[in-house]
Write a new protein. Structure first.
Length: 385
């Protein structure tokens, strides 16, 4: 694989122009179509995400719809579609995935206008095939999908649905449920972070540049993301219109085991570390999620002693943010508010970030120190630091 020219676009304003002009952006992506998790018990996981995160029932596929080897529940909240899939037999490859990794992200599906072209463009540039283009039909029209592999056992599926009017995909039926707790205000997937092995960050940054035409939005080294004990490095890759952002993390040398190393140990390989979901009112969202039992990382109280000096004037009440554990950071274009859940399964692997952007396009660099200290405190409690 050739080493690309990883264009740095740290100060890029997505609203005014594209990173690449249309002639260069050979892989137009409209947004995240869905995120699919392989889980041990999809029925119970669906109840958790509905109750705790405010997702609503959307669609279902399983024995009742003619699927014999697995079940899938589709949940929705605004533009976010979450698919939870469980195998029905031990021989199913999904069962092997869960045995190795535990619950985790298998599919990051990308909404495109032309799935065949997306597949041809990426495989011609070196992407490994997950599955070739298939046309799936029912009485609501047709969907074209194709898949390629990325880090670890994670895959991207291109989804073309311009000729489809159904609830989700062919083979799914509407999931009618009397239990639908109210929304917590989550809007869309802001970014998804991949953890890879030591030495893997540049390889996968090059993959997204060469194979998918992404650019390097920003790079963080171990001086940016470190504490006394641990460190990591990260490159944030983005597509042409900025709707898809994939930070790629790798561990850096430190005195103790970093969060990336802990993740890889328990996930047993590279994978998606966290899903960042956006809200327009983070105070409401986190207040609701806390009431519903979601656990968040503890932010040291001393963090708030200097935050106003660092970020300047903001619209939110700082005492309220402190009481909820919400962090604040500012860049050249505005500020952001963010908070991170604890892992949402027993293995210390996948977690969620909740983020509200008030103009800022960055990733909270000013919060890295406090975030790392919080994660290290959790690692120490688990005995894995």
């Amino acid at each position: 694989m050739e080493t690309p020219n990883l264009k740095s676009v740290t100060n890029y304003n997505y609203g005014r122009e594209k990173i690449f002009d249309k002639a260069q952006d050979f892989l137009p992506i409209n947004g995240t179509d869905y995120v699919e998790l392989y889980v041990g018990n999809a029925k119970q996981a669906a109840h958790y995400y509905k109750t705790a995160f405010g997702f609503q029932s959307l669609a279902y596929a399983g024995l009742e719809t003619g699927v014999k080897d697995h079940v899938s529940y589709v949940l929705v909240q605004d533009k976010i579609r979450l698919v939870l899939t469980t195998p029905l037999t031990s021989e199913n490859p999904i069962a092997e995935h869960i045995k190795k990794h535990g619950d985790g992200v298998k599919v990051i599906a990308l909404w495109v206008d032309d799935a065949r072209k997306s597949f041809e463009e990426t495989t011609a540039r070196g992407a490994e095939v997950y599955f070739e283009p298939v046309v799936e039909k029912d009485d609501q029209g047709e969907v074209v999908r194709a898949g390629i592999r990325t880090y670890g056992d994670t895959v991207h599926i291109f989804v073309e649905r311009k000729n489809y009017n159904g609830i989700f995909l062919p083979g799914f039926e509407a999931w009618e449920s009397e239990y639908n707790p109210g929304s917590t205000g989550l809007k869309y997937v802001d970014h998804m972070v991949g953890n890879v092995e030591l030495g893997g960050m540049n390889k996968w940054a090059e993959y997204y540049a060469n194979v998918m035409g992404f650019a390097n939005l920003v790079t963080f080294d171990d001086k940016d993301i470190s504490t006394e004990y641990t460190a990591l490095m990260s490159k944030v890759m983005t597509n042409g219109n900025g709707r898809i952002k994939f930070p790629i993390n790798e561990p850096a040398k430190g005195l103790k085991k970093s969060q990336v190393e802990e993740y890889i140990d328990f996930y047993e390989g590279p994978g998606c570390q966290h899903i960042a979901v956006a809200t327009d009112d983070i105070v409401f969202t986190i207040s609701e999620m806390r009431k519903r039992g979601v656990e968040f990382l503890y932010v040291p109280g001393k963090y708030y002693d200097t935050v106003e000096e660092r970020v300047g004037e903001i619209a939110e009440d700082m005492a309220t943010l402190k009481s909820l554990g919400i962090m604040v950071d500012r860049d050249e274009e505005g500020y952001l508010l963010q908070i991170f859940t604890k892992p949402v399964e027993d293995r210390p692997t996948l977690f969620f970030e909740i983020i509200q952007r008030k103009g800022a396009r960055s990733f909270g660099k000013g919060n890295f120190q406090a975030l790392f200290e919080s994660i290290e405190a959790e690692q120490a409690r688990r005995g894995t630091l």
